[in-house]
Write a protein that binds this ligand. Structure first.
Ligand SMILES: O=C(O)[C@@H](CO)OP(=O)(O)O
Length: 262
């Protein structure tokens, strides 16, 4: 690479383990906090960034509007001694809305609907769970998380989302708000959720609808995306701890199957 070739770095990660990750409950937009393990993971995340040979120096931070994402970012910034950095928060970086599945136990949904449907809802590009309704305990649209979210004219209020729908609400924000900030900041930190990481890498690396099914995102392991001056991907994405990322991603894939034998 010649010296004058511009390179932008995005350090993106899924939040640390949440209390509902720990209990294997579908979470989505339900605003649960980090577990104690999740808080420890966030400290480890910061150490991975500090110890990376690339000497990453993020100068801007993005989070979702959900507590588990914001908590993770706060812990990382404290550890990096960068609590002064500006943070932009958007619902467009929220986890996918899991509709009627929010609050349900994964193994129960697996047993009730079978492996094919369970994995279709969790990982298929077009897999959209049953929509939530006003009276749902965990995901009715009267929930306070729906107040003041910035929707484009005609953009529907999410009541259940597929990965494809996450792509459609994420990419305008990434292209029109995040990319211009990259020009001035060169390296940014995005602390978000599994579905948002999957949505972004699918678009940046043109991952097929079939291949994205098999990609699971571990909690709290920083992933590095490098873009050139035209915001095209340079090389492939990589984790700052590939071995742990692989092990943890496989655990995510197996969630719900712990006691399932058919
Ligand atoms: O429940 C959720 O919101 C997501 C991520 O935690 O779970 P899954 O990985 O099964 O999509």
């Amino acid at each position: 690479m010649s010296d004058n070739e511009k390179r932008y770095k995005i350090i993106i990660l899924r939040h640390g383990e949440s209390e509902w990750n720990k209990s294997n409950l579908f979470c989505g937009w339900v605003d649960v906090p980090l577990s104690d393990k999740g808080k420890d993971q966030a400290v480890s995340t910061a150490n991975l960034i500090l110890q990376s040979k690339e000497n990453f120096n993020p100068t801007l931070v993005f989070t979702s509007k959900l507590t588990r994402s914001c908590q993770t970012a706060n812990i990382i910034l404290e550890k990096l001694n960068k609590q002064y950095l500006d943070i932009y928060r958007s619902w467009r970086l929220n986890e996918r809305h899991y509709g009627k599945l929010q609050g349900e136990t994964k193994s129960v949904i697996l047993a009730k609907f079978g492996k094919e449907k369970y994995m279709y809802w969790r990982r298929a590009y077009e897999g959209c769970p049953p929509p939530s309704t006003l009276d749902d305990k965990f995901c009715g649209t009267n929930d306070e998380r729906y107040k003041n979210i910035d929707l484009e004219p005609g953009e529907p209020l999410p009541v259940a989302e597929s990965l494809k729908m996450v792509v459609h609400r994420l990419m305008p924000y990434f292209n029109n708000f995040i990319k211009p900030k990259l020009i001035d900041n060169n390296t940014i930190l995005i602390v978000t959720h599994g579905s948002v990481v999957r949505a972004l890498i699918k678009e940046v690396y043109q991952i097929s609808d079939e291949d994205i099914i098999n990609i699971n995102i571990p909690n709290g392991i920083p992933m590095v995306i490098t873009l050139d001056e035209n915001f095209e991907a340079v090389g492939d994405y990589f984790y700052l701890d590939p071995e742990i990322a692989k092990i943890e991603a496989e655990k995510v894939a197996r969630q719900g199957f712990e006691n399932h034998h058919k």
